[in-house]
Ligand binder design. Structure first.
Ligand SMILES: C=C(O[C@@H]1C=C(C(=O)O)C=C[C@H]1O)C(=O)O
Length: 356
């Protein structure tokens, strides 16, 4: 076949694809009508998850899993945007890792709303100015994002999905490396790059700012004072900075887990994770007995964190992640057992235990 013949075949397939996409959008619209009638949420992370898994398993062609996921993310994003003016709040400005995680989950067709800090993200969703929020919860190198943990204590919002994202930070500036005197970044990123900073910039001042994109803005504005930023490539690109070095985090597999927060949690998918917080009575053995509630019902606990309660000095709140959905009978029973040892138990949500 010559080039013209092949291209005319591609044109024919594109016409079919377009028709199929349009037919698909009509069906998603029908689903939307039913959901609105029945008072259901338009966005269904459990359905998206199942669909993506099924598509990847069905795929026998030459496109890799990553491409199938990216293409379908955008197809679903476009369909969602037609149904509802879906708005997603995230920690801005544009280009932060949280923004990139939000796009990974919701695609490019929905609306995004940049917020100056995590509490504003919670606030926007609580006041229904945004439908969902995206917040980081923990990083595989630096650990918990404590501000996010604290915000869950007084919030009525629920977790409905998680996003796992590989974080590759870089050094960015508009000046040569030798002129750098001050490094700007988010505290989490300083923690992820601690050894690299000690090796390469032991003398530099480190200044914590609200986000990596804010750091990049300052690196642009204060270049003449020797400013540089640590963050993601998108923040560099949006601020016209040069990436002087890539992948500077101390661990190559540096990954952040982000949460999608909304008004409702997600129905069971068969592979779920449940997050909750609890406070124990101040007496000997309380924590052991609380945790035995999980062991007794054979529930796997994949994570535990503690934070000061902020109500009373030296009183703590524990955050745990459990395998399973809060509607699973076994998990329900273990939570009932847990309540006997606690002054507070709050389920933060159950959601698919995958990262797409
Ligand atoms: C179509 C649905 O609604 C939304 C759109 C989806 C899609 O485009 O496939 C999937 C899940 C939902 O976020 C559905 O729930 O089935």
């Amino acid at each position: 076949m010559n080039l013209d013949d092949i291209r005319s075949d591609i044109d024919r397939i594109d016409r079919q694809l377009l028709q199929l996409l349009s037919d698909r959008a009509d069906l998603v619209h029908e689903v939307g009508v039913v959901k609105k009638r029945d008072g259901l949420q338009i966005y269904a992370p459990e359905r998206e998850q199942a669909l993506l898994r099924k598509l990847v398993a069905m795929n026998t062609g030459r496109l890799p899993e990553k491409s199938i996921l990216a293409i379908y993310r955008e197809i679903m994003s476009a369909a969602l945007a037609l149904e509802d003016d879906l708005k997603i709040a995230y920690l801005g400005p544009e280009g932060t890792w949280t923004h990139q995680a939000a796009i990974k989950k919701f695609g490019h067709s929905v609306a995004y709303s940049a917020q100056p800090n995590f509490s504003e993200v919670f606030d926007q969703v609580s006041r229904r100015k945004a439908d969902y929020g995206v917040v980081p919860i923990e990083n595989s190198t630096e650990g918990a994002v404590s501000h996010t943990l604290d915000l869950f204590v007084d919030s009525q919002l629920q977790i409905c999905a998680q996003i796992l994202m590989r974080i590759e930070n870089g050094l960015m500036a508009s000046i040569p490396r030798e002129q750098i005197r001050t490094l700007y970044s988010h505290p989490q990123v300083f923690g992820q790059c601690r050894n690299w900073i000690l090796r390469h910039f032991p003398e530099a001042d480190l200044v914590e700012v609200s986000s990596t994109t804010r750091a990049a803005e300052i690196a642009r504005e204060k270049a003449s004072e020797g400013a540089a930023a640590l963050g993601g490539p998108l923040a560099a690109e949006l601020n016209g900075l040069t990436l002087l070095e890539e992948c500077i985090q101390d661990r190559a597999t540096n990954t952040t887990r982000f949460l999608v927060i909304g008004e409702k949690t997600c129905p069971p998918t068969g592979n779920d994770r449940t997050s909750l917080l609890f406070a124990i009575h101040d007496r000997p053995g309380s924590l052991v007995r609380a945790l035995q509630a999980f062991e007794h019902f054979d529930i796997n606990m994949s994570k535990i964190e503690s934070r000061p309660s902020k109500r009373k000095d030296w009183e703590y709140i524990f955050y745990v992640d459990l395998a399973g959905h809060c509607e699973d009978p076994q998990l329900r029973e273990s939570l009932e057992a847990l309540e006997k040892h606690c002054s507070l138990v709050k389920i933060l949500g159950s959601y698919p235990d995958t990262g797409e």
